[in-house]
Design a protein around this ligand. Structure first.
Ligand code: 4NP
Length: 161
């Protein structure tokens, strides 16, 4: 089973949405049993909390199920997840610092927008202080990035479904 971890700062806006979109696409592609996914935050700000209302709204508008509680990234995550996808450069830097701190080898840490063709920039903007339109923008970025990430995974792992 291939494991994928989505990481943002608070784990209530971007990464739970990314996880939900990824799981939705796995279902559409008949690949659910080949993957395990989760999300977390680099901070401890929202541990145990449900995702932000606006993330839930964005997802439910599109028939995408979100099922998550906020949690902070830990040593086990770094050791066990095959792919770690960060939403922005600060998250990625924090993850890389943890990799060094815990003395783990990990060469599959990406910015999620590295998978988005022709991305205007490499970061998923933090929508926390924005309105609903910021969340809609984040959704579109994630949807496109994750579609292409899944194509990448299918090629890497020779899944021809
Ligand atoms: P997220 O958004 O990292 O996409 O979950 C944020 C949520 C909360 C905060 C910052 C970003 N905060 O500062 O509490």
């Amino acid at each position: 089973m291939i494991s994928v971890l989505f990481v943002c700062l608070g784990n209530i806006c971007r990464s739970p949405l990314a996880e939900a979109i990824f799981n939705h696409k796995l279902k559409e592609n008949g690949l659910t049993d080949k993957f395990k996914s989760d999300s977390c935050g680099t901070s401890d700000y929202h541990i145990g909390e449900l995702p932000d209302e606006r993330t839930l709204q964005c997802a439910s508008d599109r028939g995408v199920a979100v099922n998550h509680r906020g949690r902070q990234i830990n040593r086990v995550d770094i050791r066990e997840f095959d792919y770690i996808l960060a939403m922005d450069k600060a998250n990625k830097k924090n993850i890389e610092n943890l990799i060094v701190k815990y003395g783990v080898n990990h060469d599959q840490v990406y910015l999620i927008r590295e998978f988005q063709p022709n991305a205007e920039e490499l970061e998923v903007p933090d929508p926390y202080y924005g309105g609903m339109e910021k969340f809609e923008e984040v959704y579109e970025i994630l949807d496109e990035s994750i579609s292409h990430f899944l194509q990448f995974l299918k090629q890497e792992h020779q899944m021809y479904v």
